[in-house]
Design a protein around this ligand. Structure first.
Ligand code: G3H
Ligand code: 13P
Ligand code: ZN
Length: 349
């Protein structure tokens, strides 16, 4: 099976009423963990790489690792996605490498830190759509700004400063023609999202529902969606780590999102926690060990467990074989002849 279009994968998720986890990768073991979890749960997958990941692993290493996953698991639909592209050039380079989907995060300027204006966001996102769609590549845009900073990317803050305005979301979707829309509802990247279990004053599920009511057919994306489970925090701290107490996005809130148009759920931090906890445990309890396989194997297994759990919770489990992948060339034709719509259905306020 060739790499599939993320648009097709999300259209199918909408038909089936489920969400799809988009898991970040930086190395071979993370890709192996995701694929093992996908096989275990029979799930379609979105594998995504940030700019930091592409620099860390090197583009061609990372891309060929994904192709290896594709060869080894032909029964699993895989979309390969650029996470948080900061510019047209970043997205173009991902498309030229062979990614089947890109995120143009025009909510921030090219520095990846400073919030941009609405007009700047529309202009750069539209430019990416105009380049991507004729090549059959899916585009995710972002309206509103998330909190937190990861690897130098992010505006910082609590996530409440730039919550998405539903009217702007409608205008953004209409003017850009994006396939998927990331919205800001109070979440942040990283482990430190909330200082207690979040309620509606900090996690704005009401805003998400309002956006879904206005854009009932638009695939919504939740970033910063790690749940930061206490047991994973505890393992790290038990074996010499120093994480402060923190809360993530409860899975039941993500499931509420999925019932209201969320089709892509971004998760990175939970996997980082699982990997780090497993490595710490081996090094702390058996300090005589020095073969990386002794700690990378449990780390990979710990990540597989988190990913398989999320795949089941998001509802994508069991859906890998539901559909035949449409070739990227065919997807490009679909955009050209209008059978793949890029104009959102807009409901009255
Ligand atoms: O959006 C942030 C993801 O967690 C990727 O983080 O930029 O540190 O690779 P990164
Ligand atoms: P977390 O930091 O909550 O895992 O979010 C990841 C993300 O949004 C990647 O784009
Ligand atoms: Zn993100």
């Amino acid at each position: 099976m060739p790499l599939v279009s993320m648009r097709q994968l999300l259209d199918e998720a909408a038909k089936g009423g489920y969400g799809v986890g988009a898991f970040n990768v930086n190395d071979m073991e993370q890709i192996q963990a995701i694929m093992a979890a996908a096989k275990e749960t029979n799930s379609p997958v979105i594998i995504q790489a940030s700019r930091g990941a592409r620099a860390f692993a090197q583009d061609r290493f990372l891309f060929h690792l994904i192709l290896a996953a594709n060869e080894l698991y032909p029964e699993i639909p895989i979309a390969m996605h650029q996470d948080h592209g900061n510019s047209f050039e970043t997205c173009k380079s991902a498309i030229e490498l062979g990614y089947t989907s890109v995120m143009m995060d025009g909510s921030l300027k090219e520095d990846g830190k400073t919030p941009s204006t609405f007009e700047e966001n529309v202009a750069v996102t539209k430019k990416v759509v105009d380049f991507a769609h004729p090549r059959g590549v899916t585009v995710e845009g972002e309206i509103g700004v998330l909190g937190g900073v990861e690897d130098g990317h992010g505006a910082g803050g609590s996530g409440l400063e730039h919550i998405t305005d539903p009217d702007q979301a409608v205008e953004f979707a209409e003017r850009t023609g994006v396939d998927a829309l990331a919205i800001a509802i109070g979440t942040s990247h990283g482990a430190y999202k909330f200082s207690k279990k979040p309620d509606g004053s900090v996690l704005k599920m009401d805003v998400l529902i309002a956006i879904h009511k206005r854009l009932p057919n638009t695939h919504l994306v939740m970033h910063g969606s790690s749940s930061v489970p206490k047991d994973l925090q505890d393992i790290i701290n038990q074996y010499g780590g120093k994480l402060k107490e923190t809360w993530g996005v409860p899975v039941e809130e993500i499931q509420l999102g999925i019932r209201n148009g969320v089709r892509k759920v971004n998760v990175d931090t939970d996997n980082r926690l699982a990997i780090t906890g497993a490595i710490r445990k081996v090094l702390w309890t058996t300090p005589e060990k020095f073969d990386p396989r002794d700690y990378m194997k449990p780390a990979r297994e710990a990540m597989q467990k988190v990913v398989a759990t999320r795949m089941t919770q998001f509802g994508q489990a069991g859906h890998a074989g539901d559909y035949k992948p449409i070739s990227i060339a065919q997807i490009a034709k679909g955009y050209a002849d209008g059978s793949l719509t890029t104009q959102p259905l807009v409901a009255a306020r």
